[in-house]
Design a protein. Sequence first.
Length: 298
Amino acid sequence: MNTKFRVSPNRSIGAGQPVYIIAEIGINHNGSLDIAKKLIDEAVAAGCDAVKFQKRTPELCTPKDQWHLERDTPWGRMTYINYRKIIELGYDEYSAIDAYCKEKGIDWFVSCWDEQSVDFMEQFNPGVYKFASASLTDFALIEKVKQTGKPFILSTGMSTMDEIKAAVDKFGTENMMIAHSTSAYPCPPQELNLRMIETLGELYPDTPIGYSGHETGLATTVAAVAMGACFVERHFTLDRAMWGSDQAASVEPQGMQKLVRDIRDVELALGDGVKRVYDSELGAMKRLRRARPTATAL
């Protein structure tokens, strides 16, 4: 794979680039700019490359038959449509997030769930877009993002191979990256199917392939990097006990620090596949070898 996409002035995703690590804040901010900023701070402290949010127009993304269903929330009992509106960040909040991320030196972008949200986000000129797995078959939405000319990530959870191929055939691989994913929250290890990273890489050899994980541990995300993922995304929270549907499958700050550290160690450890004798081995060679290599071995 020799393709890479510039997603910010200082960062690219793809060939020859460090793994791009995304802390998926999503809606774990619960509509609070203060919580969003704290999550950004923790992502920066952990060494993440980007934070990601989700943007919806509630009236377009909430089925009408669910609008008036009532539920208990931290803000009292309310209809589902009102709950969706409360947790949605608006222009003022995203303006503050844009300025804050620039100040902190971290990328930010979103998953848009509808076309109006794409128009909304274009005000902030994001360097990349991501589609949630539920949107892989939403060709109108993909076309809307495609028209921006920005790189975009297709997430493939809850999708068949035929659906993945249909999306790629429809839109081509220009500006496209693909994330392997399984849409269970949290996802049991036996359903992660990490070998799909290799399958997608073989099917689309010139397309950056990554991993969007919803498991509870960290080791399998590190394994995804060892299997070739050039970007990874994990949901991120201050506390898994907080209110919200994504919190339980999210990584807390200490875990994110460990994840970033381990990913960077694996990147270094992978090397280039060319066998060599390192200077650090010469002392052991001198002490431990009984026989010198033959001329043919040399």
